[in-house]
Design a protein around this ligand. Structure first.
Ligand SMILES: C[S@@+](CC[C@H](N)C(=O)[O-])C[C@H]1O[C@@H](n2cnc3c(N)ncnc32)[C@H](O)[C@@H]1O
Length: 290
């Protein structure tokens, strides 16, 4: 996997920076997706980690795992279709995890380290609840450790395969679902692994069904092919979803319909690392029609 790499994670292999076109070629030739995404040098990783720390400085969270979590080693993509990952997890007791479980909910699918969602939760205490769904138990556990460290009562991280659990979770949540984000999902480059990508028709249907009218979906990737693949599913819902620039004329897109800027006010860790490597970020934001 190639998501945010905290300070204590060494890159698996040091590789030279590659333009996206070369990456696609390498992947077509069968180079492991777990290898290419490593930050291009230990110095750059260190620098990149410092930028992440600076971006999230307001959060003031400890930069270690917390003893009860242990080292979080992030090495390769998880196969979400493996037998063990297809087992539904226990539903949260919403009244136990949130102070007010009737508040509007934002869900981040594939929340990684969780810092992005923690930052939003801290800013919107008492206004919104936040749920991070993360297939890697250790990442979810560490993020939940930070929730307690920050004493936040409007955010929860759950170890879950969103493909299996999203609908179940959201249909039991007492409040309205107002925003779903899928940010820099694992690319699963090989064609035979595309079915492992998190954005598939059943999940898109569940998201569109569960959102309240006016609710939004924010997707982004630093890999154009992955962004185009995700976009294809959401664009196809044109009878239910409208792209945000048609709702708010102040939000601008390029000629291909990608948002010109990040509407969230904070970058995810993967986004920070990718931009540092010179990548573009491809973003779309949809709103469910009234
Ligand atoms: C590349 S990382 C991006 C993390 C974060 N969104 C960011 O932009 O920094 C993708 C994350 O999605 C998680 N993930 C992959 N498939 C998933 C699934 N089916 N359900 C939940 N999480 C998943 C991975 O474990 C990983 O943490």
């Amino acid at each position: 996997m190639w998501c945010a790499l905290p300070r204590f994670i060494r890159p698996i292999t040091a590789v030279s920076p590659l333009p996206n076109s070369s990456l696609a070629t390498l992947c077509r030739r069968g180079v492991s997706a777990a290898v290419y995404p490593a930050i291009s040098s230990p110095e750059k990783l260190e620098y990149s980690t410092q930028i992440v720390t600076r971006e999230y400085a307001d959060l003031n969270i400890s930069n270690n795992d917390g003893q009860e979590v242990g080292h979080v080693r992030v090495r390769q993509h998880v196969n979400p279709l493996s037998f063990s990952k297809m087992v539904p997890v226990e539903l949260p007791d919403w009244n136990a995890v949130y102070k007010d479980a009737t508040l509007p909910l934002m869900v981040d699918i594939g929340s990684g380290s969780g810092r992005f969602l923690l930052w939003l939760a801290k800013r919107n205490c008492g206004l919104k609840n936040y749920l991070g769904l993360e297939i890697r138990p250790k990442l979810a556990k560490r993020a939940e450790h930070w929730v307690h460290e920050l004493e936040l009562n409007n955010i929860h991280f759950k170890h879950a395969n969103a493909t299996v659990s999203f609908k179940q979770f959201i249909s039991t949540y007492p409040g309205p679902l107002v925003l779903v984000s899928i940010l820099c999902p694992d690319p699963h480059f090989k064609k035979k692994h595309h079915k492992r990508r998190v954005v598939q028709k059943p999940l898109v249907d569940s998201i569109v069904d569960c959102l309240i009218p006016g609710g939004q979906i924010f997707i982004q990737s630093d890999i154009q092919e992955v962004a185009v693949d995700m976009r294809k599913y959401f664009d196809a819902e044109f009878d239910k979803l409208v792209h945000i620039n048609h709702v708010d004329r102040n939000i601008l897109c390029d000629n291909d319909g990608w948002l010109l800027s990040n509407p969230m006010g904070i970058r995810t860790e993967r986004e920070i690392h990718a931009e540092l490597e010179g990548a573009s970020i491809y973003r779309r934001m949809y709103q469910k029609q009234w």
